[in-house]
Design a protein around this ligand. Structure first.
Ligand code: KIV
Ligand code: ZN
Length: 509
């Protein structure tokens, strides 16, 4: 079996998903869960993009011990110096430098020439090697570049010290057969290519990101760049969980494996969804709600006779269990804490106290408390966004023959602000009342609700996305009362927007 390195870019390319803005504490939390998942490299951000991104990369570099931390840099001295500075405390740092190589990018975006691009790439790699032993070079838009030019630039950067060569399908344009041919051509014709890690980085514009990544592995790639839940620019990047489970399920065919602990997949997917506010579509492979659901009677019958009739992998193998929590409202803090640790959470004493209080409250209201409920509750209680405004009190009156009206009391520092408003529904009324209390007007871009489990007593989880000053911000809230969950989600999106006030939107690549 060949070992395939998993390079996770959820915190960099994944963060380029519209509406996603993670702060440093959230990036560290995701990085820790990626470390537990067993990825080989974590791309933590693009330090030159903004002071916030620099700080986040530096904090991830300090927190992560068991895998490499990567920082992105254009092929420019300033970017490379910033990347190196942000990685200063990393145990195993990697600078990832890139430049576009396709004619269309060179002519219109860079307004440069192939000769200058090659020279700039070589200088960038040499400079980066002064800071770190491992340097990755990416040829942006490689799949629309002249293969002969790719061969030349890769040979030159390898001679300059690049230790990984990345071949990105930046615009999701290639197809599996064509991509495999390109990888084979470059492997066979580029001097030094057998001495470096060959990486691929596929976008999903034609829905082929995972297929292209797997084709590249068959053709000899030894590293895949991917994101949890397939997050990323436009249609996203190749989904980590899909590539990994394809290699596990079809290991005999691919003769390749990764070091991923697949049982951590469901937890990590859920954490990323919660912190980014991007829901996973129900029919998403591996981590969607329906990925292991069997609807047809014939399938269900087959499954009862022998699971292998319709199941190519088990839900347990990706960490999906319907485990009913054995704890009840009489369980003590120690049992609760031990269960959380088993699930992958490490809470501060204060967070644990609050979460335990919420758990006891929930166990009083709900017949069965599942791990999924606990996960929603913990995420609700351990928000890493500063609570500039928080909900103190909420009263709503609504019905089919009354004007929906809401009264809120919002806490702001030591101040309690009371406001009331009508709306065309209870959520609308609450949102207007919150806007009055905070004095902040925003556009509600989207609102959605999901029940964490079945049953009429389920927790409702609301995701609200707002637009403020042209930027999108997402917040999530959960409660057995969906109006309370809605108010929390809206306030969290507002608080997130205040956190970046005054900062210009970070540069994205
Ligand atoms: O898609 C892309 O080309 C990138 C590079 C920076 C690797 O994200
Ligand atoms: Zn990309």
């Amino acid at each position: 079996m060949r070992k395939i390195l998993v390079f996770d870019t959820t915190l960099r390319d994944g963060e380029q998903t519209p509406g996603v803005n993670l702060n440093a504490a959230e990036k560290v939390e995701i990085a820790r869960s990626l470390e537990r998942l067993g990825v080989d490299l974590i791309e933590a951000g693009f330090p030159v993009a903004s002071p916030g991104d620099f700080a986040a990369v530096a904090e991830v570099a300090r927190a992560v011990k068991d895998c490499s931390v990567v920082a992105l840099a254009r092929a420019l001295p300033k970017d490379i110096a910033e990347a190196a500075a942000a990685l200063r405390d990393a145990v195993s740092p990697v600078i990832h430098t890139f430049i576009a190589t396709s004619d269309i990018h060179i002519q219109y975006k860079l307004r440069s020439t192939k000769e200058k691009v090659l020279e700039q790439a070589v200088e960038a790699v040499k400079l980066a090697r002064n800071y770190t032993d491992r340097v990755e070079f990416s040829a942006e838009d490689a799949t629309r570049s002249d293969p002969e030019f790719l061969r030349q630039i890769f040979a030159a950067v390898i001679a300059a010290g690049a230790t990984t060569i990345n071949i990105p399908d930046t615009v999701g344009y290639t197809t599996p057969g064509e991509f495999a041919q390109l990888i084979t051509y470059l492997r066979e014709n580029t001097p030094g290519m057998d001495q470096v890690t060959i990486s691929v980085h596929c976008h999903n514009d034609l829905g082929l990101a995972v297929a292209n990544s797997l084709a590249a592995i068959e053709a000899g790639a030894t590293q895949v760049e991917c994101t949890i839940n397939g997050l990323g620019e436009r249609a996203g990047n190749a989904a980590l969980e899909e590539i990994v489970m394809a290699l596990v399920t079809r290991g005999q065919y691919y003769q390749a494996e990764t070091g991923i602990n697949t049982r951590q997949i469901a937890f990590t997917s859920r954490l990323v969804s919660s912190l980014t506010g991007i829901n996973v579509q129900p029919n998403k492979a591996i981590v969607g709600k329906n990925a292991f659901a069997h609807e047809s009677g014939i399938h269900q019958d087959g499954m009862l006779k022998n699971r292998l009739t319709y199941e190519i992998m088990t839900p347990e193998s990706v960490g999906l269990t319907q485990s009913r929590l054995v704890l009840g409202k009489h369980s003590g803090r120690h049992a609760f804490k031990a269960h959380l640790e088993e699930m992958g959470y490490t809470l501060t004493a204060e967070e644990l106290e609050r979460a335990y209080g919420r758990f006891i409250e929930l166990a009083d209201k709900k017949k069965e408390v599942t791990d999924r409920d606990i996960q929603a509750l913990i995420e609700d209680e351990t928000q890493k966004v500063e609570e500039t405004y928080s909900l103190e009190y909420l009263h709503v009156s609504s019905g089919n023959s009354t004007v929906p009206t809401a009264t809120v009391i919002i806490k702001h520092g030591d101040q309690l602000i009371q406001e009331a408003s009508c709306g065309d529904g209870p959520v609308d009324a609450v949102y207007h009342a919150i806007e009055r209390a905070t004095g902040i007007q925003v556009y509600l871009d989207s609102w959605s609700i999901e029940a964490t489990t079945g049953g009429k007593d389920a927790l409702g989880e609301v995701t609200a996305r707002i637009i403020k000053d042209g930027r999108q911000f997402t917040g999530r809230g959960s409660s057995t009362d969906i109006i309370v969950a809605s108010a929390k989600a809206f306030l969290r999106a507002l608080n997130r927007s205040l956190q970046v006030q005054g900062e210009t939107e970070p540069m994205k690549e």
